[in-house]
Design a protein around this ligand. Structure first.
Ligand code: NDP
Length: 411
């Protein structure tokens, strides 16, 4: 039986709290800590109402290492699930080192003053975590997270050699609002407005933001959607850890509606997506932070969002000397997520894998001292738990439709 500390009471924190509560045979005590206590209270009440379980809550500024250290010493968790913002990753890792507690997150560290997604800052902690005998699991959300596990699963069970991985993230949900982001608007807009990059034989090929797109047919009634090539952080770790399997190309694609992109272009043209501070009535403000304050809270979208997400990996390579194509994906329904835990599917598909990663760590199935990404572990126990906690997956092999998809995605 293990105690878990969850940091961050946003959309994802809500799902993680519910899912840890559902895994009561593993997590004997749950504490949810975040900057705004009222948000922790709302989640605590939701867990009590839906599952009849009491969880502890605490107010915490996770940028302050000493405060997080003190909370860890008081609550005594064996693992910290960090679902605050990527800016807090290093501070929370420091607190885990200080107290000798395992660490998990869903998004890699970003310096607040620079929109740059790289693992180098967190990978640099490997030796210190190893020496301390504790583990950090990085990127245990859906993408990154499940997409890394899907790739490792495809390699383990279906391929001798990999050729390419295309990670495709389709959100066919509709919240009925003119413009809103499905997770933290600041992080989301920083990700989308930077240059696109894809991976070719160990090198990054850089392209203008959202300049490469395709029209793709999705399953489960989602139908035809336009997908855009983006840089996404799991390609960095997959490139490092799966390169020895022959992998030559990797791309990440995401759907956006025309309306979303039109709003985004206007906001960019007005300078509202900039992270450069500007002077306003005698004080400095960051336009993107100001925009975040105006946009709908992603947590509030759950009740009004209809439709499904489809996130998966199209993997190509060889098995026994023959070419092979495999597509592994999950379908998640926004309304079902709302009914189950009071969240939309983006928070749900991130929070479930965060809990599963922590469960595998505390039960010793994924346990090694040091700092690791998801694809470095045996994918089987993770794949087994996904459907048990609400994220069933589907696997399709070598169909004519997959061959067409693969041809379409070549750039
Ligand atoms: P939200 O903005 O809804 O929630 C973030 C929470 O963190 C808020 O409650 C916020 O507090 C809290 N927080 C921010 N700063 C601090 C701090 N200094 N100390 C304590 N708490 C703090 O974001 P989401 O829930 O949508 O996303 C959470 C994380 O999940 C993000 O890192 C995001 O990048 C990641 N993510 C990963 C995905 C994946 O598939 N891998 C997909 C989607 C998200 P306050 O309420 O006061 O603002």
């Amino acid at each position: 039986m293990s105690r878990v500390l969850i940091i961050g009471a946003g959309g994802v924190g809500n799902v993680v709290a519910h899912k840890c509560a559902q895994a009561g045979e593993v997590f004997s005590g749950i504490c949810l800590a975040s900057r705004t206590l009222a948000k922790c209270e709302a989640i605590r009440d939701g867990v009590k109402k839906r599952l009849g379980l009491e969880i502890e809550i605490a107010e915490l500024d996770a940028d302050q290492v000493a405060d997080t250290t003190a909370l860890i010493r008081r609550f005594k968790p064996v693992v910290v699930i960090n679902v605050a913002l990527p800016y807090q990753d290093l501070a929370v890792m420091e607190a885990c080192l200080e107290t000798g507690v395992d660490y998990l997150d869903t998004a890699n560290y970003e310096p607040p003053e620079e929109a740059k997604f790289e693992y180098k800052w967190q990978w640099a902690y490997h030796e210190r975590f190893r020496e301390k005998g504790i583990m950090a699991l990085l990127g245990s959300g859906f993408d990154p997270g499940v997409t890394n596990v899907f790739s490792a699963h495809a390699l383990k069970h279906h391929f001798d050699e990999l050729e390419s991985i295309d990670i495709i993230d389709a959100n066919a949900g509709d919240h009925g609002l003119p413009f809103a982001t499905n997770f933290n608007p600041e992080i989301n807009i920083r990700e989308i407005t930077q240059k696109g990059r894809w991976w070719r034989e160990g090198e990054w090929v850089e392209v203008e933001p959202l300049s490469i797109h395709r029209e793709l047919e999705f399953p489960a009634g989602i139908g035809s959607k336009k997908i855009y090539l983006l840089y996404h952080e799991e390609m960095e770790s997959l490139g490092k850890h799966l390169a020895s399997s022959g992998l030559k190309r990797m791309r990440f694609w995401m759907t956006f509606s025309e309306r979303y992109l039109t709003y985004l272009r206007v906001l960019e043209d007005l300078g509202l997506t900039s992270i450069e501070p500007v002077s306003f009535e005698g004080r400095e403000i960051v336009p993107l932070k100001f925009l975040k304050a105006l946009l709908p809270d992603p947590g509030s979208l759950g009740e009004r969002t209809r439709g499904k997400t489809c996130i998966g990996c199209l993997v190509r390579g060889e098995k026994s000397g023959r070419p092979r194509t495999c597509y592994v994906y999950n379908i998640c329904d926004h309304e079902e997520c709302w009914r189950e835990v009071g969240s939309q599917a983006i928070s749900y598909t991130t929070g479930v894998p965060a809990m599963i990663g922590a469960l595998l760590m505390v039960t010793g199935k994924w346990k090694r001292p040091g700092v690791f990404n998801m694809e470095q572990f045996d994918p089987d126990p993770f794949m087994d738990l996904l459907p048990k906690f609400g994220l069933p997956w589907v696997e399709v092999m070598d169909t004519e439709h997959l061959a067409r998809m693969a041809r379409l995605l070549e750039v």
